[in-house]
Each structure stands twice: as structure tokens, then as C-alpha cells.
Design a protein around this ligand. Structure first.
Ligand SMILES: [Zn+2]
Ligand SMILES: [Zn+2]
Length: 96
């Protein structure tokens, strides 16, 4: 096992035992999912939605997640990985 591998394992242990920083997989599953279509891929000001985690535009046909309190929208996989570690919105830092 390389040094990198063991660091990764240790980081995972922190997620499992810490529990205060990120949200659980169960609470992730309860957050609303959004299928991006030609109707909702722009926000209310007509701008395409940019995922603030990976800084890419969210494309039609992709699955996104919109956070229930602030309504910010991110790629499903990006926001899930983020929330597991941080538990708050990457844009406005509101708790989820
Ligand atoms: Zn993304
Ligand atoms: Zn937000």
C-alpha cells in the first residue's frame, strides 16, 4: 500500500467517526434531485447554471441537485461529494 493509499483510508475513517462536518448518505438521498431539461437549464436571469464545485456549466440531460434552503444548483455527483465532507452549500455556506 502506498503512502497515498493509507492517507485516503485515514480520511475515510474520519468521515465515518466524525459525523459532525458532513451530512450522512441518508440525508443526501432525501435532498431533491433535478433532471436538467431545456426548460430549466438556465436560472431566473437567463444565465446557464454553473456548478460551483467543478466550475463547469450544467448541461441539459445531466442530473443536478438543488439545495432546499438556498436553491443553489450543482451537479448531483459534485454536491454529494462536497456535502459528505462539508455539510453546507459551497456557494453561500448555508447548512443543508
Ligand atoms: Zn460539477
Ligand atoms: Zn447556497
Amino acid at each position: 500500500m502506498s503512502a497515498l493509499d493509507s492517507m485516503y483510508v485515514e480520511a475515510l475513517d474520519i468521515f465515518e467517526t466524525g459525523g459532525t462536518l458532513g451530512v450522512s448518505k441518508d440525508s443526501l438521498d432525501s435532498l431533491p434531485k433535478l433532471k436538467i431539461t431545456s426548460e430549466n437549464f438556465v436560472d431566473c436571469s437567463g444565465e446557464t447554471i454553473v456548478c460551483s464545485v467543478c466550475l463547469q456549466d450544467i448541461q441539459v440531460g445531466e442530473t443536478a441537485r438543488s439545495l432546499p434552503y438556498c436553491r443553489h444548483v450543482f451537479h448531483l455527483t459534485c454536491i454529494d461529494n462536497w456535502l459528505l465532507r462539508h455539510g453546507s452549500c459551497p456557494l453561500c455556506r448555508r447548512d443543508v
